[in-house]
Ligand binder design. Structure first.
Ligand code: FES
Length: 241
């Protein structure tokens, strides 16, 4: 007799008043995605580990005073999740404003114009002006790699590039250096990208970047479409193994 494959325990919770089914171990975001409820995200990317750093996916849980990050919070039985409210909308707008004000995101001259997740969330959530003072930091552009470019001015420190390089490519060329406002994506021990001895030039970091921070040299704005099909495939293969 073939062995019985145990079915994962499933349970019910509500998202925006609708009953939905989830299985043990799923995050609120995964359940919402499965049921076509849109929650804004920036640092989350299906196929990579969860970092929970951007806080754009904040949701309310009825009965809890504090908001939680949907990507980093496990769904539980009878949980009542609220993904849309005036308060959440305000918080999400403020988070986006802080990201826009922190570095130099000038969409009109950015290579990712029209293909940028920060820009499209700004448009979707109605961020048509920034109330905060812009910092206008003087940041480098690393063009030392023959194929790729890292523009720190467009980086939102979502760490998708760091995680894909480590978890999927296995090179761990990229990492984060510094604290707070000094945080910076680096290659190896803060060497120019072109001098990296660990970079495999696979380009995965470029394709998971949500903004124009990582780009391929020689691409026009219209060609800046990110190709991420490899992520779910590699995750499934890794789990199967
Ligand atoms: Fe959840 Fe960034 S997407 S914290």
């Amino acid at each position: 007799m073939p062995p019985t494959i145990p079915t994962p325990h499933s349970f019910t919770l509500t998202i925006d008043g609708q009953d939905v089914t989830a299985t043990v171990g799923q995050s609120i975001l995964q359940v919402a995605n499965e049921h076509h409820v849109e929650i804004p995200t920036l640092c989350y990317l299906d196929g990579l580990s969860v970092w929970g750093g951007c806080r754009l996916c904040m949701v309310q849980i009825v009965g809890q005073a504090r908001l939680v990050a949907a990507c980093a919070t496990a769904a539980t039985e009878d949980m009542q999740v609220v993904t849309q409210s005036p308060q959440l909308h305000d918080y999400r707008q403020t988070i986006l404003q802080m990201l826009f004000a922190e570095r130099n995101h000038i969409c009109s001259i950015c290579v990712a114009n029209g293909h940028c997740e920060l820009q499209s969330w700004g448009q979707k959530l109605g961020v048509d002006h920034i109330d905060l003072p812009y910092r206008y930091p003087d940041l480098d552009v690393d063009s030392s790699h023959p194929r790729f470019r890292l523009d720190h001015n467009r980086c939102i420190l979502c760490t998708r590039c760091v995680r894909v390089c480590d978890e999927i490519e296995g090179a761990h060329t990229l990492d984060v250096m510094g604290r707070g406002i000094q945080n910076m994506i680096i290659h190896d021990l803060n060497e120019p990208w072109g001098d990296s001895t660990t970079c495999t030039s696979c380009g995965k970091c470029v394709h998971v970047c949500p903004t124009g921070a990582l780009s391929e040299k020689g691409t026009s704005v219209a060609e800046m479409v990110k190709r991420r099909q490899f992520l779910p495939y590699l995750t499934v293969m890794r789990e199967a193994k």
